[in-house]
Design a protein around this ligand. Structure first.
Ligand code: CA
Length: 221
């Protein structure tokens, strides 16, 4: 899972990025509205954090442009203004949720996880495949009741596959949701990560679809 953070205040931006990375996300950052607009259209983020008060192009205009260009990524608005009219304008522009500054970092993480889950069409906060469960709000994996310990990269792949279960996902798509802008993206690394995840699970729920990619689903009979 990969997030774009658009915030011009350096301290807040860094704090958000750090929190999200610790919470298991790959994170890119935009410092102004121009960067935000460009990155948001160029990369397949799972969610975007958007400050409304951005230099160059304000957040609301950026959001309008994303939606006009067909970008459907869920957007969580950060706003210092708590007036309802501002929130309403945000929702009319296509925002999915908002938090009012100052906010708790944990709340941002929680709301982003819920946004990502809902946008993937998952109604339940606990995603299940066979004996394996992903508790989406905590970012916790359990296999037959036992905790599963994945590295951050393994976790991002696994979480993406769980959110998009029973669909064939290409290596390129996985790479785009696992790495930030500055990481090398060798597709064979994805294969290595997948086999490491498989070794940590009691049964195989990640199936190789030859020539296409991977599909997460119940173990084959
Ligand atoms: Ca700002």
């Amino acid at each position: 899972m990969r997030i774009l953070v658009c915030e011009d205040q350096p301290d807040l931006r860094r704090a958000l990025c750090r929190t999200l990375e610790v919470s298991g996300f790959a994170v890119d950052q935009a410092e102004d509205g121009m960067e935000a607009l460009k990155y948001g259209l160029a990369e397949p983020y799972d969610a975007i954090v958007l400050d409304l008060g951005l230099p160059q192009i304000d957040g609301m205009s950026v959001l309008h442009r994303w939606r006009d260009e067909g970008c459907e990524t869920p957007v969580l608005i950060l706003t210092a203004r708590s007036r309802w009219s501002d929130k309403l304008a945000g929702f009319n522009a296509g925002a999915d949720d908002y938090v009012v500054k100052p906010f708790e970092m944990d709340e941002v993480v929680l709301r982003l996880r819920a946004l990502i889950r809902r946008s993937a069409g998952q109604a339940s906060a606990v995603l299940t495949c066979g004996p394996v469960q992903l508790y989406t709000s905590e970012g916790r994996i359990v296999d037959n009741g036992m905790p599963v310990d994945l590295t951050p990269q393994e976790f991002r792949i696994f979480a993406y596959l769980m959110h998009h279960a029973n669909r064939v996902i290409s290596r390129q798509t996985l790479a785009a949701h696992v790495y930030d802008r500055y990481s090398d993206r060798e597709s064979n690394v994805i294969d290595v990560l997948i086999s490491r995840i498989r070794r940590k699970l009691s049964i195989n729920i990640i199936h190789t679809i030859r020539g296409q990619g991977y599909r997460l689903g119940p173990p084959r009979a």
